[in-house]
Design a protein around this ligand. Structure first.
Ligand code: ZN
Length: 111
């Protein structure tokens, strides 16, 4: 279902407030269009999800380096004691979240 809403927004192209048409596909914002200059902004949910997943993966990949730095600072025993909670819970949760996003993406090709 497509819904169009007109509202005043600041247009970067016009440099002032203009009437914009917001187009919603279902409950998601799909497009913003300036009625004055016609400039359009497409909201690509898949792109957003992809970059979100990339951020999560980077966070996971960055961890080993951060952990090594911390090992130097804390000393080995304290480091090992601090390890289980963070290594097991956080990256696991983050990885699972990233996998869910990639799975959802694969289930809907071409969208
Ligand atoms: Zn404009």
């Amino acid at each position: 279902m497509t819904v169009e809403i007109k509202t005043e927004l600041f247009c970067l192209h016009c440099g002032e407030e203009r009437v914009h048409t917001l187009t919603y596909l279902g409950k998601y914002l799909h497009q913003i269009k300036c009625e004055e200059c016609g400039i359009q902004l497409q909201i690509d949910r898949l792109k957003i999800m992809e970059s979100y997943a990339e951020d999560l993966l980077e966070e996971i990949l960055a961890k080993p380096h951060q952990l090594l730095e911390e090992k130097k600072r804390l000393g080995l025993i304290r480091f090992l004691k601090s390890l289980p909670v963070r290594v097991v819970t956080k990256p696991y949760r983050v990885a699972r979240e990233a996998i869910e996003i990639v799975k959802k993406k694969q289930q809907r090709p071409g969208k």
